[in-house]
Design a protein around this ligand. Structure first.
Ligand code: DX5
Ligand code: ZN
Length: 223
């Protein structure tokens, strides 16, 4: 799926007092997916927003909503996120006991299921679950905050994941990368084969519309 290249701005770095406007701006500029960082203050040392906010934002755009759940016991809330209208849900396997059951529940709602892996989590932890999921979110910073520096060592995990995809015949799995992606590194990351690029501060710092256009231009890879 080398040719799939999608930009997913994270509204974590948007102005929360005018989220609706911010979403409209990035949508008009060409954002492909809206990335929603849900944090509970337990899985990560930060708290953001949850279902009621997402539900209010849902009618404002047709773009897919990608919920990145950085919460413990995500299984308790899947039905609520489905009701709020999300299209993709990723969770961290160490935040739940029965990952396979959780993937099944996500898919039961017709939602794409993803597994998020922290910088220190090896790709081989995906060896079994890869058969059931739609995408993998490789964290290139430690989850919890926007505006952190890209950890360059996480880039080799893309190649490891691609090998695992080949071995398991799941070459249709999409690869999402999240954290510290900016105008200067997005092209290099894209060349490794990443499909979905999450960017928070690189989109919302300065001129969001302009930033979206530049990031989209630079994520193109000419083979
Ligand atoms: C971190 C979040 C990321 C983050 C991206 O826990 O998952 O989505 O907000 O923000 P930047 O692009 O600023 O690193
Ligand atoms: Zn995220």
């Amino acid at each position: 799926m080398e040719n799939v290249k999608l930009l997913a701005p994270s509204i974590l770095s948007a102005d929360f007092s005018k989220l609706g406007e911010e979403i409209k701006t990035i949508e008009n500029a060409g954002a492909d997916i809206i990335h929603l960082d849900v944090m509970d203050g337990r899985y990560v040392p930060n708290i953001t927003f949850g279902m009621p906010v997402i539900e209010k934002l849902r009618p404002l755009t047709d773009k897919p909503f990608d919920a990145h759940l950085m919460i413990v016991e995500p299984e308790k809330y899947i039905d609520d996120f489905a009701k709020a209208g999300v299209n993709m849900i990723s969770f961290h396997m160490d935040a739940t006991i029965h990952s396979h059951r959780l993937v099944e529940r996500i898919k039961f709602h017709g939602i794409k299921a993803g597994i998020a892996v922290n910088p220190a989590t090896p790709i081989n932890t995906l060896e079994e679950i890869i058969h059931y999921i739609d995408y993998v979110l490789i964290m290139s910073v430690n989850p919890g905050f926007g505006g952190q520096k890209f950890i360059p060592q996480t880039l080799h995990k893309v190649r490891k994941l691609k090998n695992l995809m080949e071995e398991t015949g799941r070459t249709d799995v999409l690869i999402e990368m999240d954290g510290g992606i900016n105008k200067d590194n997005i092209n290099e990351i894209s060349k490794e084969g990443v499909n979905i690029f999450v960017a928070g501060s690189a989109v919302f710092k300065g001129n969001p519309a302009e930033n979206v256009k530049i990031l989209k231009e630079r994520m193109k890879v000419f083979i």
